[in-house]
Design a protein around this ligand. Structure first.
Ligand code: FAD
Length: 432
């Protein structure tokens, strides 16, 4: 995860800690040196933190366009969401273990009945149901059963709504800080309602597929024209595209994230799509004239943190798209002409599908240089290769985009060559 602090982080910390701070006086008053008192306070602390962390994770699932920049971009926001979800899960487990330990010194039987009381104690059982739902929807995220199928994972993740509701009722009945719980509960449910229902009605823009340009085998560029005003975006940002072509083989009305490969002074929103699964394979055959819904923009990927400093862009495979947008913006004069070197990482010449256009832009744009590195010809990228094509690479602000394996390799290479982490920015085309 990108560690730099962002203002939105304060909000997350506040949501996680506020209920505990609210409950603190009562917890402190209940504390004495006996095991019963200590364990009972620990049970409540773990329960309160589990619920507030769960609420914070739910809040972050709203995905409201442009608000993600308060947190360092949507990709970082997903990383935080995942971390919070996992922390909530661990805290729930700690809560259960502490509950069992609380009455264990009395007897094993007492411990078991504390955990599994008579059915009339429905408030405790709500906690158990929430826990079971949580295991079901959270386990696939962490690859406990291998890499999950995205759409199945997404359907399972919808169980997080009922799980949160059950946990909320469990918490409000059993823990103090009731007013805070209701406030957090309403905000978290509003976030989920926005994501699942209202964003579809209020947050989407209608576009028409104007043309589809084949770029290479299994790669096309889809050119979309806005119906009405359309949206504004910055190079490096991405959108969620939901194609509505009824003849598509897969992915109809299914939202998938794609980086916009054009700059927004263009009359079209252009999206380069590589077939890697059902939805992206079907999109290779989307028909001109059909409609699509677009939500966004998201992300802050190409935003320089150190304006004026030279840049190095490293794009692998379809991860070249943010840099295509950046280069097109330089050609159009709509972005600052900062000294920029692009290194396009492709397997072989047929897979460097944007190279001709990038070279043409480089010829016409003094601040922009484009090089290509073919894996089949040059092997893995090395520091020597980098030095030969961009001698001052260690002085530049570096942006890396592509498949996760390529990103971690290049990121490590650059760190080993002395590029400080705060000058390295990455965007992986993979959420899970
Ligand atoms: C920030 C970002 C920008 C991207 N930009 C581009 C781009 O410009 N061009 C391009 O071709 N691809 C891009 N991708 C990747 C693209 O979103 C996936 O290739 C596509 O969603 C795969 O869907 P599928 O059904 O074809 O494949 P599947 O086999 O269903 O999915 C393959 C993998 O893609 C990811 N994925 C699938 N669906 C989604 C989804 N709805 N939301 C998030 N991740 C998903 C999952 O990690 C999954 O394991 C981008 C991804 C991200 C996260």
């Amino acid at each position: 995860m990108r560690r730099k602090f962002h203002p939105g982080d304060l909000l997350i910390v506040a949501v996680v800690l506020l209920p505990l701070l609210w409950a603190a006086p009562g917890l402190i008053a209940a504390l004495d040196s006996s095991w019963a008192a200590i364990s009972s306070v620990l049970v409540r602390v773990s329960g309160i933190l589990a619920l507030s962390t769960f609420a914070a994770a739910a809040l972050l699932s709203a995905r409201v366009p442009r608000t993600d920049r308060w947190f360092g971009g949507q990709v970082r926001l997903w990383e935080i969401h995942k971390l919070l979800g996992f922390s909530a899960f661990l805290l729930v487990m700690a809560h259960v273990v502490l509950l069992a330990l609380m009455t264990l010194p009395v007897s094993v039987e007492r411990s078991v009945t504390t955990l599994f009381p008579a059915i009339v104690q429905w408030d405790v059982w709500l906690g158990w149901f929430a826990f079971v739902l949580m295991v079901v929807f959270i386990a696939p995220t962490f690859g406990f059963f291998g890499h999950p199928h995205y759409q199945r994972w997404k359907s399972l993740h919808r169980l997080s709504g009922p799980a949160f509701l059950l946990a909320l009722v469990h918490g409000t009945v059993l823990a103090p800080a009731t007013a805070i719980w209701w406030l957090l509960g309403i905000l978290a449910l509003a976030a989920v309602a926005w994501r699942l229902f209202f964003s579809r009605l209020l947050g989407r823009h209608r576009y028409t597929v104007d043309s589809v340009t084949p770029l290479a085998r299994d790669v096309v560029e889809i050119n979309l024209k806005a119906q009405g005003q359309g949206m504004a975006w910055q190079p490096g940002q991405f959108v969620y595209l939901s194609p509505l072509d009824p003849q598509l083989e897969a992915g109809i009305n299914e939202e998938h994230p794609y980086t916009v490969a054009s700059d927004d002074s263009d009359t079209h929103m252009r999206i380069g799509v590589k077939a890697i699964g059902d939805a992206t394979a079907a999109l290779q055959h989307v028909r001109p004239g059909t409609e699509a819904e677009v939500e966004g923009p998201y992300g802050t990927f190409l935003e320089a943190q150190q304006p004026g400093r030279g840049r190095l862009w490293l794009g692998g495979g379809i991860g070249i798209t943010p840099f295509v947008a950046g280069a097109r913006a330089m050609r159009a004069g709509s972005s600052e002409a900062v000294d920029t070197v692009l290194l396009y990482l492709a397997d072989r010449p047929e897979r460097a599908y944007y190279l001709d256009e990038l070279k043409t832009i480089a010829e016409a744009t003094p601040a922009f240089t484009a090089h290509v590195h073919y894996f089949n010809e040059h092997g893995v990228l090395t520091a020597d290769y980098l030095r030969a094509h961009c001698p001052d690479f260690a002085e530049r602000e570096v942006f890396i985009c592509g498949p996760p394996g390529m990103i971690s390799y290049v990121d490590r290479l650059l760190r080993d060559e002395g590029v400080p982490p705060e000058r390295l920015h990455t965007e992986a085309f993979d959420f899970l």
